[in-house]
Design a protein around this ligand. Structure first.
Ligand SMILES: NC(=O)c1ccc[n+]([C@@H]2O[C@H](COP(=O)([O-])OP(=O)(O)OC[C@H]3O[C@@H](n4cnc5c(N)ncnc54)[C@H](OP(=O)(O)O)[C@@H]3O)[C@@H](O)[C@H]2O)c1
Length: 325
């Protein structure tokens, strides 16, 4: 099968098209013919540590392989068709259209991939295109995780830093869905897309005066890597406010522990568990038109390196998709 393989960490050029053996599903796995995969900050981190928060040092290498990548084929999110099932699989059968995410398994930048049936993989609603379904999990699960951890309530005010990003665009919409009033911060070029998702106020972080327009918020969701600080942000929180540090590092981890025992403003840090239940919830919202995904650009599998380069250039407005077949 055709696959995008990388043998060393580095810039997008490390991603090369190669012929690889087609995987064989284990007893509890399904073999999926991949239709679409995506580029996410997660994939870029595993390839070149692009968006790793300061202070994380060698932790990514301990997770993904110290000298070289432990898994040769990237690709966390996918959609596709089940073509074979292991002997003990009961949830899926050949011909089922599926989508999901597998940050621990990867492998979606290929014509075929195996995923455990118990992983974050569910049936694709017929109303969702393969591209849309493939793009839902990474940003969707992260946005949902932080808003649920923050125990968001109707009528609360939410500030989203990085509102135009993969996580930010879905966070704005979910916060609106949960009844909050949302302010988004992004570049002026992407203000209209953030406004279209329901943000009442959109501020341009490149405008020297934007900070004077900030108010007080019940929840701040901060997705900006390297510039985030609870110390800077806590003055913008109402009493009882929650600072969701999506792109935080060890400092925010420590702040989460400290604020859990003292103070009435809390830091929330962590990562979502990838589960079927949350994927069903998100897919249902998309099917009902209550959550919108924006596909910016699609690239064929052969051009995955170019897709990563495009993603990292920062001009994207929405999802960057890899059309595999
Ligand atoms: N904790 C977790 O489980 C988890 C999960 C997913 C992602 N993450 C991390 O979260 C971060 C964001 O992920 P993502 O996929 O949303 O990234 P992304 O798609 O690159 O979005 C980042 C956004 O931040 C905006 N931005 C850049 N500088 C800014 C500033 N100074 N002020 C306000 N906005 C600014 C950019 O806006 P413009 O393009 O408009 O300039 C961009 O849209 C990454 O570091 C990623 O590793 C963590």
């Amino acid at each position: 099968m055709k696959a995008i393989v990388y043998d060393s960490y580095g810039p997008p050029e490390v991603l090369k098209l190669k012929e690889m053996p087609k995987p064989i599903p284990g007893p509890r796995e399904v073999l999926i013919r991949v239709k679409a995969a995506t580029v996410t900050t997660g994939d870029c981190n595993i390839r070149g540590f692009t968006y790793i928060p300061p202070g994380f040092g060698i932790i990514p290498r301990l997770m993904f392989g110290f000298r070289k990548p432990g898994k040769q084929i990237l690709g966390t999110e996918l959609s596709g068709v089940v073509v074979e099932t292991g002997a003990s699989v009961s949830l899926f059968k050949p011909g089922d259209e599926v989508f999901g995410i597998g940050s621990a398994y990867l492998g979606a930048y290929a014509e075929y991939v195996c995923r455990p049936e118990s992983s974050a993989l569910i049936h694709k609603p017929v109303t969702l295109s393969y591209e849309t379904a493939a793009s839902l999990s990474f940003g969707g699960l992260t946005a949902l995780y932080f808003l649920q951890k923050a125990k968001i309530k109707p009528g609360e005010s939410v500030l989203v830093r990085g509102a135009s990003g993969g996580v930010g665009l879905i966070t704005v919409q979910l916060a609106r869905y949960f009844g909050a009033c949302v302010t988004g911060i992004c570049s002026a070029e992407k203000g209209s897309i953030v406004r279209s998702t329901g943000a009442e106020t959109v501020l341009d972080y490149k405008d020297p005066d934007y900070q004077s327009q900030l108010k007080k918020y019940d929840i701040i969701v901060d997705t900006v890597v390297g510039h985030n600080s609870f110390c800077d942000m806590r003055k913008l929180l109402n009493p009882g406010g929650r600072y969701c540090s999506v792109a935080g590092g060890p400092k925010e981890m420590l702040q989460m522990m400290l604020t859990s025992v003292a103070g009435n403003k809390k830091v929330i840090f962590g990562s979502p568990q990838e589960r079927k239940a949350e994927l069903h919830f998100l897919a249902d919202l998309v099917s009902k038109g209550q959550l919108q995904l924006f596909i910016d650009k699609s690239f064929p599998l052969e051009e995955t390196a170019i897709a990563h380069e495009y993603f990292e250039s920062g001009v994207k407005m929405g999802q960057v998709v890899i059309n595999v077949s």
